[in-house]
Design a binder for this molecule. Structure first.
Ligand code: ADP
Ligand code: MG
Ligand code: MG
Length: 254
């Protein structure tokens, strides 16, 4: 489903060449699987998610990102989104005055339109919203509030998963969803991710911490260090990291 081949990327600089961040990342995520990317701070995890979704400010200097056989590497973020690529934190901004549901319905319909699908009806949308909100412990009051305005860190995370559920992505990238979450909120997020597991959907969960993976068993774990995947393995790799830390991999990478 997702195939990243020898991806090299750097930060775009105003003058001269920017700093290389990704130094040859290769990765495949089949449909139906959840893969975790773990790695020390500054290893390039967020950069990888930005480059995958086409965020500006980063330049791919080599390699490709393919999705369902199509090369996305040069596509605009909107074109990728239309193909069902979703990155959490895509809408991190607060939007005063716009109720969350209104915003999400617009976003869902923009994506449907780009895919050549019919718009979702208001009752259908509300039904899905109620079901997904219930799954994530999101109150009616939260849904009525403007987008992300006045939410606590944990509430914002819940809302991100909620957005993801409402947009029905084919491929979901979650970046550091566990940072700043207490254990209960972490469980809710993990349950949300588990609820999104689907034979037709792939997921990449990017995290610095092992604890999210206690509740969400990934099919594979990849360790990113200094812009390269230095080790891949099963879920046991996350437990090894919790015990032994990243030192081994950072010194190997260096
Ligand atoms: P991680 O998410 O693993 O903590 P990042 O992808 O955020 O790592 O960052 C990887 C490296 O790239 C870091 O050294 C960071 O300082 C650098 N970097 C990322 N984005 C930029 C940028 N826009 N300008 C300069 N350096 C950047
Ligand atoms: Mg970081
Ligand atoms: Mg990061």
């Amino acid at each position: 489903m997702l195939k990243i081949t020898d991806l090299h990327a750097r930060v775009e600089a105003e003058e001269g060449e920017g700093k290389p961040i990704l130094k040859g990342v290769s990765l495949e995520v089949p449909a139906g699987e959840v893969h975790a990317i773990m790695g020390p701070n500054g290893s390039g995890k967020s950069t990888l998610s930005y480059v995958m979704t086409g965020r500006e400010g980063y330049e791919v200097t080599d390699g490709t990102v393919e999705f369902q056989g199509e090369d996305l590497t040069e596509m605009e973020p909107e074109e990728r989104a239309a193909r069902g690529f979703f990155l959490s934190f895509q809408y991190p901004v607060e939007i005063p005055g716009v109720p969350t549901l209104t915003f999400l319905k617009e976003a869902a319909n923009a994506q449907r339109k780009a895919r050549g699908e019919a718009e979702i009806s208001a009752p259908e949308f509300m039904k899905a919203a109620r079901e997904n909100a219930a799954k994530l412990g999101i109150s009616n009051d939260m849904l009525k509030r403007p987008v992300n305005v006045g939410f606590s860190g944990g509430e914002k995370k819940r809302m991100e998963i909620f957005q993801a559920l409402m947009l029905e992505p084919k491929f979901l990238i979650l970046d550091e969803t566990d940072s700043g979450l207490d254990i209960d909120a972490l469980k809710v997020v993990a349950e949300g991710v588990n609820a999104l597991r689907d034979p037709n959907r792939g997921m990449l969960v990017i995290t610095h911490y092992q604890r999210l993976l206690d509740y969400l068993t990934p099919d594979k774990v990849h360790i990113l260090s200094d812009g390269r995947i230095v080790k891949s393995g099963g879920p046991e790799l996350a437990h090894e990291l919790e015990r032994e830390g990243y030192d081994k991999y950072t010194s190997e990478a260096a």
